[in-house]
Design a binder for this molecule. Structure first.
Ligand SMILES: [Ca+2]
Ligand SMILES: [Ca+2]
Length: 174
């Protein structure tokens, strides 16, 4: 079985330049909800495979679960800020350009207004799906798990910390 500390160790190996523990906590939480509190190593690998090679719908559900921290079916601005902040911490200080403390908040404000089309202050899975359907490529950059899988196949190099910026703000790659 993989426990939360095991997750943190795995993420720490892939993102040694930052502090991945908070992001690992959110990812573990997402897997836990999908697997009723127990995560075997097979479940873990299966989930990684879904995130990397699943359908857009499967990825969408996984991403939604990641950002919907309290699992109530809505992503609030606070939840998005928490997860984005965790991603910034994971990427660490070696990212270029240097991440300013205010940029996570700015990023969240921008993205939130793009996705929350009815402006009620919360994002539903339908709103997220609608946003993704406008640009299929965005789903590729939604989960940092893609980066983890990439570094698994290919030993980490410095270039992984600054991939090409997406054409619009994404949830996970500021
Ligand atoms: Ca929520
Ligand atoms: Ca909304």
């Amino acid at each position: 079985m993989v426990d939360e500390d095991g997750f943190k160790e795995i993420f720490a190996q892939f993102f040694p330049q930052g502090d991945a523990s908070q992001y690992a906590h959110y990812v573990f939480n997402t897997f836990k909800q999908n697997n009723h509190g127990q995560i075997s190593f097979q479940d873990f690998l299966g989930a990684l495979s879904t995130v990397s090679r699943g359908t857009t719908q499967e990825k969408l559900q996984w991403i939604f679960g990641l950002y919907d921290v309290n699992n109530d079916g809505l992503i609030t601005k606070g939840e998005m800020l928490d997860v984005v902040t965790a991603i910034y911490e994971m990427l660490g200080r070696s990212t270029e350009p240097q991440v300013e403390d205010s940029s996570a908040r700015d990023h969240v404000e921008k993205i939130f207004h793009l996705i929350d089309t009815n402006k009620d202050g919360a994002i539903t899975i339908e709103e997220l799906a609608e946003w993704v359907s406008r640009d299929e490529t965005v789903v590729q950059s939604l989960a940092m798990m893609d980066t983890v899988l990439y570094t698994r196949r290919d030993p980490p190099t410095h270039t992984h910390t600054h991939t090409h910026p997406p054409t619009r703000p994404s949830l996970s790659q500021p």
